[in-house]
Write a protein that binds this ligand. Structure first.
Ligand SMILES: Cc1ncc(COP(=O)(O)O)c(C=O)c1O
Length: 410
C-alpha cells in the first residue's frame, strides 16, 4: 500500500477536525455473531416487507421503469411528495407538496440544515443527551453546540429560555434548536403537547428556527398520539423531518422534510450539490407502497413486533440489574436509556461488556457538554426476544461486578 506523505497538511481545517462516528466504530465490534448487540439503531430485519415489496418493484418496473432508473428532480418525485403532504395533514401539519423535499435519509437533511445555517463558530442548541448523527452533522460545520438537559418530558424548555437569554446577553444568536421530541434517540422520552407549544412560543419570541427530527413518531406502543411540533408552527419556523428508515427500510435511504416555502427553496439549493437527486428508484417504490395503502398496516405490524421487545427489556431490568438504576419506560421508538448508580463509567465498562458478549452505546457519546458517564443507550428493536433477555442478564452481571469493584476502591 502506498501512502501520500503528510497528507494531513492538504486536508481542509474542517476535514482535519472530523472524527470517526463512535457508533459506527462500535458497530464494527458488534459484528461478532456471539455478541448480543443493544448498540446499533437498527430496525429488526423481520420487519422488512420483502414479499410485498417484490410485487411493488415489479409494478414499478412495468409501469415506470424508465423514469425510476433515470435522474429525478432535486426536490423529489411529485407523487411521493403529494402523498407525504396528505399524510402530514393527518398529523395537523397543513402544507402542500411544494413544501416537501425527499432527501437521502434524514442524515442528509441534518447535513443540509448545517450547511444552510452554520458558519464556523456559530452556536446551535440541542438536547442533553441528543442524537449522535445530529452532533456529527452540525460539528462538521465547525459550530458550537449548546446542550439543554432533558427530563422525562424531553427538552427542559425553561432551562432553554434561560440559556437563550444568556447567549443573547453575550451577543450570540443561536442559529437553531435541534430536537427529537417523540421517542427521543437516545433517551426514549416524549415531549407533551404543552411543552411543544411552549417551545414554539420561545422560538417565536426569540426569533429562532426549530429543527424537529421525527424518525420514531409512528412507532408508538402506548400513550396518546401527540402531533408534531410543526403542527403548532404558526410562523413557519420549524423544519420538520421524518424518514422511511424505521418504518420501511433504511437501505432505501429515503426521508423527507417539511418547511416553509422560503426555507424549502434554500434547502433544495443546499441539497443539490450533495446528490443532485435522491434515489429515484426507491422513491417510486415508496410511492407505490403508500399508494396501495400498505403503510399503515405495515407500521402496525412493526409496533406489534417491537412492543413485546420493549416489554422484555423493561421487565429484565429489575430482574437482572442491581438497585439504584433509573430508566423511563419508553412509550415508543427503539431505545431505552438507563442511568446507573454513582461510580460507574459506562465507557470503560463497555470493554467488560464486550468480554461478556453484550454491547450498548455509552452515554457520553450523546452529550455535547460533557456528562452521561453513568448512562447507556439500549436498543430493543434488533435482537430476538430470547437475545434481549439473555443480553440483559449478561449486562446485569457486568454492572454488578463493576459495582462490587467500585466498593473495593472506595
Ligand atoms: C434521531 C435520528 N435522526 C436521524 C436518523 C437518521 O435517519 P436516516 O436513516 O433517515 O438517515 C436517525 C437514525 O437512527 C435518528 O435516530
Amino acid at each position: 500500500m502506498v501512502f501520500i506523505p503528510n497528507i494531513d497538511r492538504l486536508y481542509s481545517d474542517r476535514a482535519g477536525k472530523m472524527r470517526k462516528s463512535v457508533i459506527r466504530e462500535l458497530l464494527k465490534v458488534t459484528q461478532d455473531p456471539e455478541i448480543i448487540s443493544f448498540a446499533g439503531g437498527l430496525p429488526n430485519p423481520k420487519s422488512f416487507p420483502i414479499n410485498d415489496l417484490k410485487g411493488v418493484i415489479e409494478q414499478v418496473m412495468d409501469h415506470n421503469g424508465k423514469a425510476a432508473l433515470q435522474y429525478g428532480t432535486t426536490q423529489g418525485l411529485n407523487e411521493l411528495r403529494e402523498i407525504l403532504a396528505e399524510r402530514a395533514y393527518k398529523d395537523g401539519i397543513e402544507v402542500d407538496a411544494d413544501q416537501v423535499i425527499i432527501v437521502s435519509g434524514s442524515q442528509q437533511a441534518l447535513d443540509t440544515v448545517g450547511k444552510m445555517f452554520l458558519n464556523p463558530g456559530d452556536t446551535a442548541i440541542c438536547g442533553l443527551p441528543t442524537y449522535l448523527g445530529g452532533i456529527n452533522a452540525f460539528r462538521a460545520y465547525e459550530s458550537n453546540l449548546m446542550g439543554i438537559p432533558l427530563d422525562e418530558d424531553g427538552l427542559q424548555v425553561d432551562v432553554l429560555e434561560e440559556k437563550i437569554k444568556e447567549l443573547l446577553k453575550k451577543e450570540i444568536t443561536p442559529k437553531f434548536i435541534y430536537t427529537v421530541p417523540t421517542f427521543q434517540n437516545p433517551a426514549g422520552v416524549i415531549m407533551p403537547e404543552s411543552r411543544r407549544k411552549k417551545l414554539i412560543d420561545i422560538a417565536n419570541q426569540y426569533d429562532l428556527v426549530i429543527v424537529e427530527d421525527d424518525p420514531y413518531g409512528k412507532l408508538r406502543y402506548d400513550g396518546p398520539h401527540i402531533n408534531p411540533i410543526k403542527s403548532f408552527d404558526d410562523e413557519g419556523r420549524v423544519i420538520y423531518m421524518s424518514t422511511f428508515s424505521k418504518i420501511l427500510s433504511p437501505g432505501f435511504r429515503l426521508a423527507w422534510t417539511i418547511a416553509s416555502p422560503e426555507l424549502t427553496r434554500k434547502m433544495v439549493i443546499c441539497k443539490q450539490a450533495l446528490d443532485l437527486c435522491t434515489n429515484t428508484f426507491t422513491q417510486f417504490i415508496a410511492a407505490e407502497f403508500l399508494r396501495r395503502g400498505s403503510m399503515d398496516l405495515h407500521i402496525m405490524k412493526i409496533c406489534e413486533l417491537y412492543k413485546p421487545k420493549r416489554d422484555i427489556m423493561m421487565n429484565a431490568m429489575p430482574k437482572y440489574f442491581p438497585d439504584g438504576y433509573t430508566c423511563y419506560k419508553p412509550q415508543g421508538g427503539m431505545f431505552a436509556w438507563v442511568t446507573l448508580p454513582k461510580g460507574i463509567d459506562t465507557e470503560t465498562m463497555f470493554l467488560d461488556a464486550i468480554k461478556e458478549k453484550v454491547a450498548y452505546v455509552h452515554g457520553k457519546a450523546f452529550h455535547v457538554n460533557g456528562g452521561g458517564e453513568r448512562s447507556m443507550r439500549l436498543n430493543f428493536s434488533y435482537s430476538t426476544d430470547e437475545q434481549i433477555d439473555e443480553g440483559m442478564k449478561r449486562l446485569g452481571a457486568v454492572i454488578k461486578k463493576k459495582l462490587e469493584k467500585r466498593e473495593l476502591v472506595y
